[in-house]
Design a protein around this ligand. Structure first.
Ligand SMILES: [Zn+2]
Ligand SMILES: [Zn+2]
Length: 324
């Protein structure tokens, strides 16, 4: 066989192998719940770390393992193939954030009222704390995207593929990743009812809609605490989706911010925080002192009325700082 042809055949076989291992596109085995020993090992070898770091990357009883048998039929893990990714697997393939591309960008798309602009500012601050990287809001983009009116909701929707294409052209040279956020609903192809978001990981751009996080979208009354709920959901989606830009897979060990989600109900049940394994992955990528980062997150939660998360963080910081 011609040398070039042989190389092409090998590359093709390697591609099929990667597609199977990562996405299970040919054969989808049922999810295998991890054993407690596997969960404990998911954050890698902790013996090489100092005492505080060892605590930061161990559960200390503050993270619950995923209870696969208790998940209902519509849960993400019941309908999606997830290979899982330990800290060691992550570290073996990820060299760390790029020195030249060291900024995160948020791009507001479409109509933003003064209320949602405030939300954008909060997302920017949280993004810079969470990823320990400068985060900037770009000028609102004025592109024309294909759109339609959804027949179920009667609300306008934007075509995600058009947005991703436009974002590829807009991407600043120093961008590690760029996330577009919109209050308009999205759809990926005409046959789909809607989509929460879509990303191009190779292009490191993604677009996410916050429309369905507001009860008014479904014609429901906004309760007194709806702003808090909208903020919590938006922080979660921003941090989760940006986490994927750092090549973190969905978490299969603990109840964790990086768990996949099939619905708003599942998103609401997802924790605000990274489990020990995912936290160590992020710290490998962007280098931070977990206690300093938690302290900044705590300030943010206290300033924004997110009491439950603040209480958890205080306990977590106490646990890490505990004397022997
Ligand atoms: Zn995800
Ligand atoms: Zn995790």
């Amino acid at each position: 066989m011609d040398f070039k042809l042989r190389v092409l055949v090998y590359l093709f076989i390697a591609l099929l192998f990667v597609l199977q291992v990562r996405f299970g596109i040919f054969y989808r085995p049922e999810f295998r719940p991890r054993t407690l020993a596997e969960i404990e090992r998911s954050a890698g070898d902790l013996s090489v770390l100092d005492k505080k770091a060892r605590r930061a990357y161990s559960s200390g009883g503050m993270f619950e393992p995923i209870e696969y048998e208790k998940l209902n039929g519509s849960a993400w893990l019941k309908s999606h193939y997830e290979p899982g990714q330990t800290f060691d697997e992550f570290a073996a393939s990820y060299g760390g954030a790029d020195e030249k591309r060291n900024r995160l960008y948020l791009l507001p798309l479409g109509e933003f009222t003064s209320e949602t602009s405030i939300l954008m500012d909060k997302l920017k601050l949280y993004c810079s704390i969470f990823f320990n990287m400068p985060c900037e809001i770009m000028k609102p983009a004025d592109f024309k995207f294909r759109s339609r009116i959804n027949s179920h909701t009667g609300k306008p929707q934007l075509l995600t593929g058009d947005i991703i294409k436009a974002m590829n052209k807009l991407l600043p040279a120093d961008a590690y990743a760029m996330l577009a956020l919109t209050m308009t609903d999205l759809y990926p192809v005409s046959s789909w009812n809607f989509v929460f978001g879509q990303a191009s990981l190779t292009g490191r751009v993604g677009v996410y809609s916050l429309a369905r996080y507001d009860p008014e979208f479904f014609g429901r009354k906004r309760e007194a605490d709806y702003q808090r709920i909208l903020l919590e959901r938006s922080l979660k989606v921003m941090a989760h989706e940006t986490g994927h830009m750092f090549y973190m897979y969905h978490c299969v060990f603990y109840k964790c911010l990086m768990n996949g989600s099939n619905s708003l109900v599942e998103t609401d049940m997802t924790p605000m925080f990274l489990c020990p394994a995912c936290l160590r992955k992020l710290s490998h990528a962007v280098k931070f002192d977990p206690v300093v980062r938690y302290g900044r997150m705590l300030e943010f939660f206290e300033a924004n009325g997110l009491g439950t998360s603040a209480v958890w963080l205080k306990k977590r910081i106490e646990y890490i700082n505990m004397p022997e």
